[in-house]
Design a protein around this ligand. Structure first.
Ligand code: GAR
Length: 204
């Protein structure tokens, strides 16, 4: 089987969507082998418990460096023979310890049309700027902040009278559809990375 690890720090709605897709058989045969979470009190941890998914929880403050806790995570990923690392609201920059080891097998979802609005609160940034079109991006992770090669994007129109709440709801709705779909492409071996160019072989 194709095994994924999901890294999350917060609510876990993307984690939940991936888990539901896996149970429904719509994740290309992939299963979630592990949740990695840097905030043991986050709601995503309860979701994992309810779903019976193994969790690796840690508190960054207990370690002397980011590399130290990432080494532990890599051991866990290797032990479980994880094929793909899926960041889903993991609010921490990764060091080369994970980025190098999982290059080409490490993806993230970001709530804007990158390269617009990288970093924190992309939804708020887009509303503040006043763009009329934003969306969701799934991309490979490299050393930078939201800079890796783009795999898929979906656009969302920002209508007049849009509130932070209504726009966030639209973004999360698109994320819940797009992320499981992209993970299923990986599980089916459809994604190729050459330099910065990503190609997805569609099944006809
Ligand atoms: C998602 O909207 C995700 O795109 C965003 O955090 C949210 C996590 O929600 N990620 C980033 O902003 C990364 N820069 P969730 O915990 O309910 O899945």
């Amino acid at each position: 089987t194709y095994r994924i690890a999901v890294f999350a720090s917060g609510e876990g709605s993307n984690f939940q969507a991936l888990a539901e897709a896996a149970s429904a058989g719509s994740l290309g045969g992939a299963e979630i082998a592990l949740l990695v979470c840097d905030k043991p009190s986050a709601p995503v941890v309860q979701r994992a418990e309810q779903l019976g998914i193994t969790a690796h929880l840690f508190n960054p403050k207990d370690y002397e460096s980011r590399e130290a806790y990432e080494h532990e995570i890599v051991l866990r990923l290797e032990e479980l023979q994880v094929n793909l690392v899926v960041l889903a609201g993991y609010m921490r920059l990764l060091t080369p310890v994970i980025v190098h080891q999982y290059r080409g097998r490490l993806i993230n979802i970001h709530p804007s049309l990158l390269p617009a609005f990288p970093g924190k609160d992309a939804i708020g940034q887009a509303l503040e700027y006043g763009v009329k079109l934003s969306g969701v991006t799934v991309h490979f992770v490299d050393e930078g902040m939201d800079t890796g090669p783009i795999i898929a994007q979906k656009a969302i129109h920002i209508v007049s009278g849009e509130t932070a709440e209504s726009f966030a709801q639209a973004v999360h709705g698109v994320e819940r559809e797009l992320y499981p779909e992209v993970v299923s492409w990986f599980a089916q071996g459809l994604v190729q990375l050459e330099g910065r160019q990503v190609t997805v072989a569609r099944k006809s």
